[in-house]
Design a protein around this ligand. Sequence first.
Ligand SMILES: [Zn+2]
Length: 336
Amino acid sequence: MNEFLPWHAEPWRMLIERLRQGRLPHALLLCGPEGIGKDHFARLLVQTMLCETPRPDDGQPCGICRGCLLNAAGSHPDSRVVGLLEDKKIIGVDQIRELREYLGLKSHYAGHRTVIISPAEKMNTQAANSLLKTLEEPPARSLLILVASHPGQLPATVRSRCQRVTFSLPSSDTAQRWLSEQTGPHQDPALLLSLAGGAPLAALEIARSGKMDQRLALFEDFEKLACGQCSPVALAGAWLKFETQETLYWMRDWLTDMIRLKSATQPPTLINPDVRQRLQNMAAMLDLKTLYQHLDRVTEAARLATGQINAQLLMEDVLIAWQAHLPGKGKIPRHG
Ligand SMILES: [Zn+2]
């Protein structure tokens, strides 16, 4: 996806203007919800800074100069991206030290040197402290772009040295129109966006990854469990093939919808409108207090799932507790 995202127009215009006036700060912090294209924006901005002939009208990269071609090949010597290494949950100090060395060099093409750090909030304390030295004395003609969906997790010292650019969710009209163009006619853009919390790139990812089918299969299992037709332990095992946190997020959304259905006097707007009746049936078996307790439990489990945990045990706890409150409980032995 190379195109310009329509909801980025305003921050883009603002930064291009500053760039042309030579007033672009040394460090930017791009923040806002996940799945709205902050990384995409960062890459496009880098491309434009390294482009030899950006388009005069909108400041976008020309796409054909040496800088653009090197960028497209991912081999521009004046551009670096620092992210999570495979199987790592943090950005470590070695990655930032290496970056500091790179920034100490002269640019290859006498232009800017650019760095993207994403997700920046994943830097550990040592890494953040090391970066702070660079932010305090930024090399000339360098641009650091920090991308963070949870900027509050960054040290205040780092945040205060970056110019913050905040991205918001696009309007649902804009998002639906864009998503329909990407997915074609066989998908329901409104449902996809609802499941993705209104974030268009996250919605596109759901559409393209086959997660819609996965979600419905999980939901069916969840219903079976509610009716006592399968064991929580067996299910926790079967679900290991899915990403644990994501499964918990689906569950969180089902519970949220059940609470809405249970407490609303008017038919409420749901995250999962396609399974409204089935959620209603499940909600009818439980009282509101129990649903809130489960929601708390699932939210906490989703938080724990980001750390070093035993996914099977975590999921067992959640599913055993879920089944224990339902009328169908105990029909299947726990280790059956
Ligand atoms: Zn170019």
